[in-house]
Design a protein around this ligand. Structure first.
Ligand SMILES: [Mg+2]
Length: 251
């Protein structure tokens, strides 16, 4: 019996960096009445609010069903009715010196490879505390440009190869659509799932995970590799169809 439905964000719940569709919001509200919901992605916490939570037109009590894991599970937030807001359970922050070094090396590598764009859409590198994120075209680049930029990840792999040499004690991961995330070593979505299991005192068999990058090398693959049941989707429309079906079957 599943207790938790866990979701990646980009291309699983929404178009990259865009707010969820009304149909998705409606399905999530319905399904959160039956299962706990975990959302895990490389995005920062504020992005979770903008893309998903603020789109859920629902009563406060239902928010307590949600477990938010921004920056690949290096942070974990739950909703407190008592405090009337989101409460941080933990944040595995990098030191200031580590973050400075990561920023420097990312910029150097991207420029050396000629991948630093002339026209940018917002910050290319963002310090998210527990993670430093490189977004090739900038944080706010239009989705269609992002999807065209590096569909097979080969540009980012070149940057990763350089960084793996320079940042030995850190994890350099190819993220969503145009991003590279740098965190402590050993951080991936499996790390987040282990923290969720610990916190909820559940078994991994009680989780069902939805993601679009479940093939080896994909950022959702570590969840599959730890033998959590997974459903692979290619876009949010597929996910919403499955959620609507689960909602129908579980009433
Ligand atoms: Mg994704």
């Amino acid at each position: 019996m599943k207790k938790v439905l866990a979701f990646d964000v980009d291309d699983t719940l929404a178009v990259t960096k865009s707010p969820i569709d009304d149909r998705m919001a409606e399905s999530l509200i319905k399904i959160a009445k039956k299962f706990q919901i975990c959302i895990i992605s490389g995005a920062k916490f504020e992005q979770f609010l903008n893309q998903i939570i603020n789109r859920l037109n629902t009563e406060e009590e239902l928010l307590t069903q949600f477990h938010l894991m921004p920056t690949c599970g290096t942070q974990y937030f739950v909703y407190s009715l008592f405090k009337k807001g989101w409460q941080k359970i933990y944040s595995q922050d990098l030191s200031l010196a580590q973050r400075k070094k990561i920023i420097l090396e990312l910029e150097k590598a991207a420029k050396a490879l000629n991948y630093w764009p002339e026209k940018t859409y917002g910050d290319i590198i963002e310090d998210r505390g527990s993670q430093v994120t490189y977004s090739a075209l900038g944080q706010n680049a239009p989705a269609e440009l992002k999807y065209q930029y590096d569909p097979d990840g080969s540009k980012r792999y070149e940057i990763k190869k350089i960084l793996d040499q320079k940042l030995e004690q850190l994890e350099v991961r190819i993220g969503g659509t145009t991003s590279i995330d740098v965190t402590f070593l050993g951080i991936d979505k499996a790390f987040g799932m282990k923290k969720l299991i610990e916190n909820l005192k559940i078994k991994k068999e009680e989780i069902l995970f939805f993601g679009d990058k479940l093939q080896p090398g994909g950022n959702d693959y570590p969840v599959k590799a730890m033998k959590i049941d997974c459903i692979e989707v290619t876009n949010w429309q597929e996910t919403v169809n499955i959620l609507e079906t689960i909602n129908l079957l579980t009433t």
